[in-house]
Design a protein around this ligand. Structure first.
Ligand code: ZN
Length: 258
């Protein structure tokens, strides 16, 4: 079975970790940038590791980087044909928690404007969008995607509400499931509602799960768990995830290294 980790912060690994990850030639890893320097590192790494794919963007939980939009937009245009998507972009959620309401409002407004600019760029460059839009923020991202006629998007580690999930399904967008399902029963049960037709797998590595640094091969544990939970053959989840990832990025962009 061919395997794709559809959302991973590959630029955050050490050289030793990268060597181990890419020693397994069965894997394609889609690296999501958190900002301009992160994107440059991913572009560099892709020259060393041919199974690494690159997305460029600004992480929405890092407002100190929002003012880098012009640089990142130029980076996206310059490397248009070396990248597979715009990401990670979206709306802040976790970083709002420490803020008072006026601050929250101001940042939400800035993030909404920034996302609009990235969605506009996605329309212009015809690239898919990798979104961090969890909990209640997914509806903001959905409105923007739909208004701009964006047909290819991924809601990574989506744990929102059922109404937003239905809009994701109706518009043919994808959702990726993280290894957190092995540690969080509520999340695992929420993923029961994600149909096989839009399901993909991610590590979000090196994000830690139960104290262990996330790596792409963790998608296999997720796939095995989901297959058992859904009473499906063991390989069916990996196969569906592979097919859906191909459809999201396009075979040409994702390549035939496998
Ligand atoms: Zn991420």
């Amino acid at each position: 079975v061919k395997k794709i980790d559809i959302h991973c912060h590959a630029d955050m690994y050490t050289k030793t970790e990268l060597e181990a990850i890419f020693a397994d030639k069965e894997y394609i890893v889609v690296g999501a940038a958190t900002g301009y320097d992160s994107g440059n590192r991913l572009l560099d790494l892709a020259q060393t590791y041919p199974n690494l794919r690159v997305c460029l963007g600004i992480h929405p939980e890092m407002p100190q980087r929002f003012s880098d939009f012009d640089r990142v937009a130029a980076q996206i245009e310059e490397h248009r044909h070396r990248i597979v998507a715009i990401g990670e972009v979206g709306m802040p959620w976790y970083c709002l928690k420490k803020m008072e309401s006026r601050q929250k409002e101001a940042l939400t407004k800035r993030a909404d404007e920034l996302l609009k600019r990235f969605v506009g760029l996605a329309r212009k460059t015809q690239l898919p969008v990798i979104l961090h839009a969890i909990e209640g923020t997914a509806s903001i991202a959905l409105d923007q995607l739909i208004e701009n006629g964006i047909s290819k998007a991924l809601f990574h580690w989506f744990e929102g509400n059922q109404a937003d999930l239905e809009r994701i399904i109706d518009n043919g967008y994808c959702v990726s499931i993280s290894p957190d399902i092995l540690h969080n029963r509520q999340y695992a049960d929420f993923t029961d509602n994600i149909p096989l037709e839009i399901l993909t797998l991610e590590s979000d590595g090196p994000w830690e799960y139960g104290g262990v640094r996330g790596v792409p091969s963790m998608i296999e544990g997720t796939a095995a768990y989901l297959a058992e939970k859904r009473h499906l053959p063991p390989e069916s989840i990996l196969t569906a995830s592979y097919t859906n990832s191909m459809n999201l990025f396009g075979k040409e962009a994702l390549g035939t290294d496998l």
